[in-house]
Design a binder for this molecule. Structure first.
Ligand SMILES: Cc1cc2nc3c(=O)[nH]c(=O)nc-3n(C[C@H](O)[C@H](O)[C@H](O)COP(=O)(O)OP(=O)(O)OC[C@H]3O[C@@H](n4cnc5c(N)ncnc54)[C@H](O)[C@@H]3O)c2cc1C
Ligand code: FES
Ligand code: FES
Length: 1381
């Protein structure tokens, strides 16, 4: 082992030297760091798609310069960082020694909620700053640097705000005169930042917070001394923002961290890299330094894989279980790292990283004449949307080419641009292959096993030669292509002076098993002028070139073929417009409105405004305090279940899971697995000492399947072994033979088979619907609408630890929203009483409903090996397992008959709702109940009858997800209203306003809407957004742009607060007062990022009259507060705040005599006196929500929350690509307990709702997707399932908390209202704005009237909805793209 010069292989981590272990060829940097105890770096996905594992890697370049880059530790091989310095979040700063400015800024700006993504964001930002120093990044560069980091909680706005404090700003703004002028402007005009309807918010709406320096209104920030970039509005001018806010959000950074970051180790500066050969039982790792050395190794081991970024190989190892006995790190081979330009073009070494390629191209573009750099510009643009920066920093060109992925983003460009590849092998020398001839088949290339790709040559373009890149993905940022293309056109002037296509070269990816040229298209265009006829000929030819069979992998056949046509159309228009700019006298033959087809994608940095009523004075309730654990989260100190140090002797567990959706188990053979190294046991149903039947409502699930499996992923056995890898290997070795049984894979199947959960489909009815239709509604429509499910995508996958104790005691640490349920499950499956089992949850890395009930079976399964081995056992699901087996938001279908007047007034609705519940009941009945009670949205329907059908299918059991069926019910209502508006020929907002609920109206379930804020929210957002004017300007825009359309839409919401199962509406809290005056609170609610602990602590601090920092909440534990309901239904702040307040009232009662006896004395002295007097300083508080009746009664909800949002979007009608230009939200949260936390919930909920309705699509193996195995979830990770990124949020994002709207229904905690779920539905305003844009596009194509658009509005659905001559050959205008439902 070791370097060729005898030097020992080392790595520095956070300034500390480590000798690298041998035998770790397949070990990732992430595994290594976490084994070192540096658990701040998280495992979110293991596939480079979430950014939770981001670290900074620093190395000395050959020229002595230091190079700092963010990389994904989950894909980075440990040996790849030999001789380098790795800095993790712990290396930046800590709560004890002081936070790094990046950490501190993020904590103060409310940029962490659950905190699981937070270290990754911190490291991406820190690496950017360090890499660019002493230069500061621009706001655009900051947003770009975060493209590979996902956050499921915050909606990104506060993260971006936090980091933009580090952005370079206009130097002119720093002159003394400018700052003085800025100060003067601030003093002269308070609230100047708002500049709209809220501008004079004054005392009632004083806490306005602009999140963009550009809206700073001339204020100088107390933090930075710059013109304001934190946007807190000053006290001057009658504004009542509080001191606490200023201190929290924009006070000066403490800079308490003395040595901000570890310096680059001097040893590494001096050290010359050596060749490496590190052996191990499974893998030998080589690191050659020269090409000769590499070729010699490759000749000796032709099957060896080269590794540069490991972003392909790492995926193969982790997800395909491939093992490579020899890996060759090609990062240090000098010849393959060269990148040089000569007069002809650019030579790029095979190991050149994508970041380096991008930077070099940018440098050449700035230096060379424009006409030479058309290809380089296309490469830069394509790379901008190629993965996220941490991937681009590690991944190399050679890997992208040699993998020969049919969706490689670069290969179409190399082929079209006429690039050549140089291959070299020992003994065979060098040879060149044209890029267009290199790809031979699916992942097959013209390269011999002993050869490597040495370099790529890309010729510069000539005058009038244009190269263009295209890519359409599900999501713009960090996504693989659906279809991509590269096109090159060389134009020449004919004898008659006209311009013709002298040469064309067109390549497509994503349409075949390999990247392909389009020869017929090229031939059809050659020698032609670019005009309508050429277009027609090209489009006809592309139809011939690009043929995709109906069941081709990836599906979306019509869309993919349409995209190929759209790209060609765009390509030709691009050339025409380029020529117009460059060729004297040339005029594009296309109308000016066609320019919109080639309008470049532009997105300015996003910004936001937040409005709320600031609480005057020093009252701790109502202040925008940061999340209590923010400092721990930003420093990586916050612990999640997978971070807990295991006791000695602990084992790791893995599940054996069904591969069939419905089958009889014929044979289950565990013998081979049980005999594998490190395995302590393989446990099946017969090893369960208690009951094998579990489930949150009905015990209708088997913990471990016995005779039959009912969904893909169903646990059949659980393995315990000494390491996680051993447990997984053994689980894979368990043999199961099945006999297939018929499977029900979607709602349609279930309806056909009448497969409903008997007795669980309820009904909501008001008025006589049949009579209303019989008496003659003026107009009647019938229809159907569908919507897909949604993956929770909490960043922390499910994890549990079960520790057996003496006398059948068990202690479990579990990532759950319901420790009580876990306690019950463990007791049930082990057959022990509840008083012997304790379940603790400190925090969750996100839950959103997904860890309410579906975490239970994982925890219970983990208890089985703990029982048998008497050792602690931990199980952590991989992301793909978690997604496959823990269920999602329910897909729904609604069938409706609606009656209304010609004016658009609603008269009657008869609705059937069907949800896909999966294999067991779980919480589906409650989800359906809530859908039934929200299908009215905010409208009076006259008579209404809504009947629910809970469909039993062979999928994982679908479950609670933020909104709990409410959004599904409301979206049906909104779809119907949209249709009615078109039927009666009125703007949709007019129909909504006409039917809007008013104070005192009765909801269909019978509850009177007391304190109804629907109209106020609506009015507020219509005014603040300037809806009417914006609508008018959208119309003008749409007239001028044929292929870019804008749409604006307003969406209201109402959401009922309470568990609709009555007994769950109860809560307990335990408050301990210690003799030093500090207070420990334990309550039954779980902190999952929503700020529950912070709010409860505020209530306690307020009620006891003590500073917030004297209150602490450590964890949730079933031995402190028993029988707690799940933390769900948005009601936790209400319930646990009230329970804690009850405890405080008891304590205050006991302390009162001492206060009276000790006038002027504070809490500490009084507490000590009470203690010495033998007073009980511990109180248990309890709260049960009064009056609520549960579903079926007249008060299912304690109260309702309201809100409204206006969104404006811009849609590329040729591809379905879109962006949200602006969103305005008005949300009713009562009198906010903590406006920053509430705003965080509104923004996060909105973005999640937008994700559900417009971006995220679950694809299941069903009859719509025959290319996926039946019952298998295809979208099992961030690579295939796309949640919104920072780039997807509204460019202009404004949130208002409704003013003067205290909750009055019952005396709620400080008159506040719930906020977790209610804003979610507002995200669908983006969906309806997109639909408006589609209407405009269809109108241009002569298609008028309503059309059906199901959720989610993915690029596929949007493009096909914008039917035009390009889609016509492939899809009818009313075609409904396939959906898993
Ligand atoms: C999260 C994520 C996002 C991604 N996004 C995109 C995207 O948007 N667009 C896209 O096109 N791809 C994408 N990819 C795919 C991948 O990142 C690229 O293909 C990348 O360029 C591979 O380079 P690498 O250095 O990591 O390859 P490695 O994994 O190190 O190697 C890959 C393969 O190439 C071979 N190889 C490497 N270099 C040579 C050489 N010089 N000669 C011969 N063989 C060689 C290796 O033997 C190995 O088989 C993504 C991957 C991930 C994980
Ligand atoms: S864990 Fe590495 S990117 Fe997700
Ligand atoms: S705070 Fe980002 S995922 Fe929870």
């Amino acid at each position: 082992m070791g370097g060729s010069d005898g030097a020992e292989p080392i790595v520095y981590v956070n300034g500390k030297r480590h000798l690298l272990p041998s035998g770790a060829g397949h070990v990732t940097l992430l595994q290594y760091l976490r084994d070192l105890g540096l658990t701040g770096t998280k495992l979110g996905c293991g596939e480079g798609g979430c950014g939770a594992c981001t670290v900074m890697v620093s190395s000395a370049e050959t020229d002595g310069r230091l190079h700092h880059r963010a990389v994904n530790a989950c894909l980075c091989p440990l040996y790849a960082v030999e001789g380098m310095h790795v800095v993790t979040v712990e290396g930046l700063g800590s709560t004890r020694d002081g936070l790094h400015p990046v950490q501190e800024r993020l904590a103060r700006a409310h940029g962490s909620q659950c905190g699981f993504c937070t270290p990754g964001f911190v490291m991406s930002m820190a690496a950017l700053l360090r890499g660019m120093a002493p230069e500061a990044p621009t706001e655009e560069e900051i947003e770009e640097a975060l493209a590979g980091n996902l956050c499921r909680c915050t909606g990104y706005r506060p993260i971006l705000d936090a980091f933009k404090a580090f952005a370079k700003v206009d130097a002119a703004a720093y002159t003394e005169e400018a700052i003085a002028a800025s100060k003067a402007a601030a003093n002269g005009g308070a609230n100047g930042s708002n500049g709209d309807a809220h501008g004079g918010g004054g005392a009632t709406n004083g806490g306005a917070k602009s999140s963009n320096g550009k809206n700073g209104g001339g204020r100088v920030c107390p933090s930075t001394g710059r013109p304001c970039d934190c946007g807190v509005v000053d006290d001057s001018g009658g504004v009542t923002s509080t001191s606490a806010h200023k201190e929290e959000s924009c006070g000066p950074l403490t800079h308490a961290c003395p040595a901000v970051e570890p310096i680059f180790p001097p040893e590494l500066r001096k050290r010359q890299p050596a060749e490496l050969r590190i052996e191990g039982p499974q893998c030998t790792w080589y690191r050659p330094l020269t090409l000769d050395s590499l070729l010699a190794i490759k000749a000796e081991h032709p099957a060896a894989k080269l590794v540069v970024g490991n972003t392909e190989v790492g995926i193969e190892v982790k997800f395909k279980g491939l093992r490579y006995p020899v890996l060759i790190g090609a990062t240090h081979v000098l010849e393959m790292n060269a990148i040089e330009a000569d007069a002809e073009g650019l030579h790029i070494g095979g190991s050149v990283t994508l970041t380096k390629l991008m930077e070099t191209c940018k440098g050449l573009i700035a230096k060379l004449p424009t006409h030479q750099t058309s290809t380089l510009r296309a490469v830069v643009e394509q790379l901008r949307w190629f993965a996220g920066p941490p991937i681009r920093n590690a991944a190399a060109l050679g890997g992208n080419i040699c993998t020969a992925s049919p969706i490689s983003d670069l290969n179409p460009l190399w082929m079209a641009a006429g690039a050549t590849f140089t291959l070299v092998g020992q003994g065979s020398g060098q040879r060149s292959v044209a890029a267009k001839d290199f790809f031979l088949g699916y992942r097959k290339v013209d390269m011999q096993p002993h050869e490597v790709l040495l370099k790529v040559f890309v010729p510069f373009t000539q005058q009038y030669e244009f190269v263009k890149e295209f890519k359409q993905a599900h999501r713009r940022d960090d996504d693989i292509a659906i279809v991509n293309a590269g096109m090159r056109f060389r134009m020449a002037q004919a004898e008659d002076g006209g311009w013709q296509i002298a040469e064309a070269s067109i390549a497509y990816g994503g349409v075949a098993p390999l990247t392909v040229m389009a020869p017929q298209t090229t031939a059809a265009l050659q020698g032609r002028a670019i005009d309508g006829a050429a277009l027609e000929a090209g489009l006809a030819a592309v139809q011939q070139d690009i043929q995709i069979s109906a069941n081709a992998p990836g599906g979306m056949v019509e869309f993919r073929r349409s995209l190929a046509a759209s790209f060609l159309f765009k390509g030709l228009l691009f050339v025409a417009h380029q020529l117009e700019a460059e060729a004297p006298g040339y005029e594009s033959p296309f109308p000016a409105s066609y320019r919109s087809a080639v309008k470049p994608y532009e997105r300015p940095p996003s910004h936001g405004l937040q409005y709320y009523s600031a609480v005057p004075g020093e009252d701790v309730v109502g202040q925008p305090y940061r999340h209590m654990a923010a400092d721990q989260q930003v420093s990586g100190a916050a612990q999640y279940v997978d971070d807990i140090q295991l006791p000695a002797g602990a084992l790791h567990a893995a599940l054996v899971m069904s591969t069939k959706p419905h089958a009889r188990i014929l044979r289950l053979d565990t013998a081979a697995a049980a005999a594998m190294p490190g395995v302590h046991g393989v446990y099946t149903a017969k090893d369960i000492p208690g009951g094998n039947d579990i489930g949150p409502v009905l015990h209708d699930e088997e913990l471990l399947a016995t005779d039959e499996v009912l969904f893909v992923g169903q646990p059949i056995a659980i393995v315990a072994a000494e390491t996680e890898a051993q447990a997984r290997a053994a689980a894979a070795a368990v043999m199961v033979d099945y006999e297939d049984l018929p499977a029900i894979l979607d709602i349609d199947d279930a309806i056909e088979a009448s497969a409903f959960m008997e007795g669980w489909g309820h009904m909501v009815e008001c008025g006589d619907v049949d009579a209303a239709f019989a008496q003659g509604c003026e107009m009647v429509l019938e229809g159907e609408t569908k919507m897909g499910g949604q993956e929770h995508f909490y960043l922390e996958p499910n994890a549990s630890i079960v520790i057996p104790g003496e006398n059948d005691e068990y202690l479990s640490y579990s990532s759950t929203q319901c420790p009580d349920k876990h306690q019950k499950d463990i007791c049930h499956v082990l057959g022990v009483p509840m008083h012997k089992v304790v379940v603790k949850t400190k925090r969750l890395g996100g839950g959103f409903g997904g860890k309410e009930s579906r975490s239970g079976f994982i925890n219970a399964a983990c208890a089985i090996p703990a029982y048998h081995t008497r050792r602690p056992v931990r199980i952590v699901l991989d992301r793909d397992e978690d997604m496959q087996i823990t269920g999602q938001r329910h897909a729904f279908m609604g069938r409706y008959k609606v009656g209304f007047t010609r004016e658009g007034r609603l008269q009657a609705l008869d609705l059937q709702l069907y949800c896909n519940a999966g294999f067991s009941l779980d919480l589906s009945a409650g989800v359906m109940d809530r859908a039934l009670m929200h299908c009215d949205c905010t409208y009076r329907w006259g008579s209404l009858r809504a009947k629910g059908f809970v469909c039993k299918t062979n999928q994982a059991s679908h479950t609670a997800f933020r909104g709990y069926g409410g959004p599904q019910g409301m979206v049906v209502a909104e779809q119907i209203i949209d249709r009615i508006a078109h039927e009666v020929g009125k703007p949709v907002e007019e129909i909504k306003a006409l039917n809007m609920y008013q104070e005192g109206d009765l909801a269909p379930f019978g509850q009177a809407l007391v304190g109804c804020q629907a109209q106020r929210c609506w009015d507020d957002v219509m005014a603040s957004s300037g809806y009417a004017a914006r609508n008018a300007s959208v119309e003008v825009y749409n007239k001028e742009h044929r292929f870019r359309k804008r749409g604006v839409a307003v969406t209201p919401t109402k959401f009922g607060i309470s568990f609709t199962t009555k007994f769950l509406n109860q809560a307990g809290a335990l408050v301990h007062v210690y003799t030093d005056g500090t207070v420990l609170v334990t309550h039954g609610g779980v902190e999952m990022g929503q700020g529950l602990h912070t709010k409860v602590a505020q209530v306690v601090a307020h009620d006891l009259g003590i500073p917030l920092q004297d209150v602490y909440i450590a964890e949730t534990a079933t031995d402190k507060v028993p029988n707690a309901s799940p933390t769900a239904a948005s009601a936790s702040s209400d319930m646990y705040g009230a329970a804690a307040a009850d405890a405080c009232a008891q304590l205050n009662g006991r302390l009162k005599p001492y206060y009276e006896k000790m006038p002027g004395k504070g809490f500490k002295e009084v507490v000590m006196a009470a203690y010495l007097d033998r007073t009980d300083l511990c109180a248990h508080g309890f709260y049960s929500t009064p009056d609520v009746t549960g579903f079926g009664g007249l008060y299912p909800f304690n109260y309702l929350c309201y809100g409204a949002a206006v969104s404006e979007v811009e849609l590329d009608t040729l591809t379905g690509d879109f962006q949200v230009l602006r969103t305005d939200i008005c949300m009713d949260v009562g009198k906010s307990l903590n406006p920053s936390i509430d705003i965080g919930q509104v923004e996060g909920g909105f973005v999640q709702g937008m994700g559900w309705s417009c971006i995220e699509e679950l694809v299941w193996g069903d009859k719509q997707h025959a290319w996926v195995r039946p019952g298998q979830l295809f979208t099992r990770g961030p690579g295939t399932y796309k949640i919104p990124t920072a780039n997807d949020i509204p460019v202009d994002f404004r949130v208002t908390l409704l003013r003067n709207a205290p909750c009055e229904r019952t005396p709620m905690v400080h008159s506040s209202k719930a906020v977790g779920e209610p804003p979610f539905f507002l995200g669908t305003s983006v969906f309806f704005a997109l639909k408006e844009a589609c209407y405009a596009a269809r109108a241009d194509a002569g298609l008028t009237g309503w059309f059906r658009l199901d959720l989610p509005a993915t690029p596929e659905r949007l493009r096909l909805a914008c039917a035009d001559t390009l889609t016509r050959p492939y899809a009818a205008p009313d075609m409904l793209p396939k959906i898993s439902c």
